[in-house]
Design a binder for this molecule. Structure first.
Ligand SMILES: *[C@@H]1O[C@H](CO)[C@@H](O)[C@H](O)[C@H]1NC(C)=O
Ligand SMILES: *[C@@H]1O[C@H](CO)[C@@H](O)[C@H](O)[C@H]1NC(C)=O
Ligand SMILES: *[C@@H]1O[C@H](CO)[C@@H](O)[C@H](O)[C@H]1NC(C)=O
Ligand SMILES: *[C@@H]1O[C@H](CO)[C@@H](O)[C@H](O)[C@H]1NC(C)=O
Length: 676
């Protein structure tokens, strides 16, 4: 009996194989590019499906396929963003062979890799990679001597006018003038291909040891200004002064995080004992590769779905009657985001602020008491003494605030937002306690995917477990603007901190503070809240990557369910085959265009192709759905499961897949449904 059924099944599969051998090529389709570019001009939001206006000859070229039906999805799973990175060696000490030697080191180190997510959605919490990969295209060359002589001249004059500080053995030089020169060079050089430039500057030893300061004023007793030797621009360039320093910053005693200090860190490569040319270039290659991974193709903190309207609700939970807003300047936070251009398409970003008295909010005090925790540390005074300190556990607070979200919104007076908006609540606990209290011992503010929690007390400063320039870093616990900027970036745009990357090889998140000085809103070593190209690009790229991944997942599911319904045999039978293939090829074409736009950091174009592809995805889904309905009614070939998954019925599996596609579709087509 069973034997007979299997034979029947294989006969059907054989038939299917025969029918599938359509002959075609996958050459570029003439005219399609022009058609789509024209559509972009006419309907930049891709709100209408343009399929109907395709000419019949274009449709004919689209209906062909050279692939076996069930292997169609393979082509979507191998899309790769190519990233161009221009490396410039500035200074006389680089020999002419530098570029080629450097290239060979980089190509030995680089492997094709996927984009990663540090905290994937909870339903796939062990799957950190997206289906899209990236590949590095390196363009190394020596810079003209005129650039290094200009830099050298400026540096020498800066060194001569700067007075040395008693608190540091490094002369602290403002970064601005050097940056101005490099920025001009970048402006002159950039191709308009969206590539990133890295300037490796080596001007040789100067009369005094120096490093760059990023804000006005010198270090004083309560303020630690961390010096650095790098700068990431607002535009797509980054410079590293290899002769500056050596600087040090990192965790004080123990803990995670590579310390950029010591002879073995590539940033200090030019300071240790004399090394061979090759060894130095190997160090530079590792430095550049690290910059590529952390700054140019950074991991997503969380996936971010495209939404037309973004709303940040700033909720100030204050203790005393008198609200102290110094250190909590909402306008400053707002301006930082409004000015940076993080939005795609016609996205809108709004900030709304609310406040509530701690005493009138029982949930708030409940959240704090649930979060209160303590740790002990051992200090040696006359004898060993245990000191108990308190902190708030952010995970407990997050749970309480989630569970009592409704009640809390009622107390604070927050009304329901438009259901198509993404709303990020930012809870700031402003407590009437005199001792400093931090979240999870170290943080003023912690980002979750659905909220930000921040805390401050009356205590104004505390010593952190981080050091720079050989001193402990002070945390000014009442100043919350910068920590909030960093947290909102993580939650709303999925931008990772400059010191975190997901490493598939280690199966864990790596911590490395190398890039956490200068222009970054993250980490304890900088006091700037402005964003560099790293964060600005990541904010937009993350949205596109998430869209791409969701679209690809749905498309693969559609193919899988079509295959479960007997592949294109049934589609063919119902004369739907050619429309399905046209849609499929169009979808694939648009995804390729989107990835190519992403390669040039042209996010608007990438968004257009993604939105445009949603029509094709929807239509393919409908074709398969209709076919499945009819198959249900007239299933005669497959009386029994044709696949070895035994008792699970085909229609059950197909239906489950469709339900899944449907649920994904919800996310994709939200903005579309809104029109109806
Ligand atoms: C989309 O289609 C509708 C109705 O067919 C039309 O009114 C509208 O102008 C179209 N929009 C664009 C941008 O072409
Ligand atoms: C440890 O030293 C403190 C003073 O620093 C003193 O009060 C305490 O009694 C000492 N404890 C022991 C066990 O000696
Ligand atoms: C990575 O770690 C997680 C949990 O720590 C574990 O469940 C998973 O199997 C690991 N993955 C690999 C590939 O080792
Ligand atoms: C990306 O796609 C893969 C496979 O299609 C899926 O397993 C993963 O959960 C997706 N990730 C996100 C963040 O959507």
């Amino acid at each position: 009996m069973t034997h007979h059924r299997i034979n029947g099944g294989s006969a059907c599969i054989f038939l299917l194989l025969l029918l599938l051998t359509t002959t075609t090529t996958s050459t570029p389709i003439p005219g399609l590019d022009t058609f789509l570019t024209n559509q972009f001009r006419l309907d930049p939001k891709a709100s209408n499906d343009s399929f109907g206006s395709l000419s019949s000859s274009l449709k004919r070229s689209l209906s062909s396929s050279s692939h076996h039906f069930s292997s169609l999805s393979q082509s979507l799973l191998s899309l790769s963003v190519s990233v161009s990175l221009h490396v410039r060696f500035v200074g006389d000490s680089f020999p002419s062979s530098t570029a080629s030697t450097f290239s060979s080191f980089i190509s030995a180190a680089v492997t094709n890799d996927n984009f990663h997510v540090i905290s994937p959605p909870s339903d796939s919490s062990t799957d950190h990679h997206l289906t899209i990969s990236h590949s590095l295209h390196l363009d190394p060359s020596l810079s003209p001597p005129s650039l290094s002589s200009r830099l050298d001249e400026t540096l020498k004059s800066l060194i001569s006018v700067t007075t040395s500080s008693l608190r540091s053995n490094l002369l602290s030089i403002p970064y601005t003038q050097i940056d101005e020169i490099v920025r001009k060079e970048y402006e002159k050089e950039k191709h308009g291909d969206g590539g990133v430039y890295i300037y490796l500057i080596s001007l040789g030893p100067q009369s005094k040891r120096y490093a760059y300061s990023y804000s006005d004023g010198d270090s004083s007793a309560g303020f630690t200004k961390c010096l650095g030797s790098i700068w990431t621009g607002k535009e797509r360039y980054l410079w590293i002064d290899l002769s500056a320093g050596p600087v040090d910053y990192g965790p004080a005693l123990s803990g995670d995080g590579v310390l950029p200090r010591g002879e073995f860190h590539p940033l200090a490569a030019f300071h240790g004992s004399p090394r061979s040319e090759k060894a130095l270039l190997a160090d530079l290659a590792s430095l550049v590769y690290n910059a590529y991974q952390v700054l140019i193709v950074p991991s997503l903190r969380v996936p971010v779905y495209f939404e037309d309207s973004l709303i940040v609700q700033l909720i100030h939970i204050h203790g005393s009657e008198h609200k102290d807003s110094s250190g909590l300047d909402w306008e400053f936070v707002k301006r930082t985001f409004m000015e940076e251009g993080l939005l795609l398409g016609e996205q809108k970003l709004r900030f709304k602020s609310f406040s509530v008295n701690y005493r009138e909010c029982p949930i708030c005090s409940f959240a704090v008491s649930r979060g209160m925790n303590s740790y002990t540390s051992r200090f040696l005074f006359d004898n060993y003494t245990l000191i108990v300190s308190e902190y708030l556990d952010s995970k407990h607070m997050h749970r309480t605030l989630t569970e009592s979200g409704e009640e809390l919104r009622r107390v604070v007076g927050i009304h329901e937002e438009d259901e198509f908006a993404r709303v990020l609540p930012v809870y700031v606990f402003d407590l009437d306690i005199n001792t400093p209290l931090l979240l999870d011992r170290y943080h003023q503010s912690v980002a979750f995917k659905d909220m930000v929690i921040a805390v401050r007390t009356r205590g104004t400063q505390t010593v952190s477990d981080y050091t720079c320039n050989g001193r402990h870093v002070f945390v000014h616990t009442r100043d919350l603007e910068r920590p909030l900027v960093g947290s909102i970036l993580q939650s709303m745009w999925g931008v990772s901190s400059t010191h975190l990357t997901w490493s598939p090889r280690h199966n864990s998140t790596l911590v490395d503070y190398t890039w956490s000085v200068g222009q970054t809103p993250f980490g304890p070593f900088s006091d700037l809240s402005s964003l560099s190209f790293v964060q600005k690009d990541a904010a937009k790229r993350n949205v596109i990557l998430t869209l791409l991944n969701t679209t690809i997942t749905s498309a693969v599911d559609i193919i899988d369910s079509a295959v479960a319904y007997g592949g294109d045999v049934n589609l063919l039978k119902q004369n739907r085959h050619s429309e399905f293939m046209q849609r499929w090829n169009l979808l694939k074409y648009k995804l390729e265009k989107s990835v190519s736009a992403l390669s040039h950091n042209d996010f608007e174009m990438a968004l257009f192709y993604m939105r445009s592809s949603s029509h094709d995805l929807y239509s393919m889904h409908s074709v398969v759905y209709l076919a499945s309905q009819e198959v249900e009614a007239s299933l005669n070939c497959f009386k029994d499961p044709p696949f070895p998954w035994g008792t699970v019925s085909v229609s059950g599996v197909g239906l489950m897949a469709l339900v899944y596609v449907y649920s994904k579709r919800d996310r994709l087509f939200r903005s579309k449904r809104k029109q109806f």
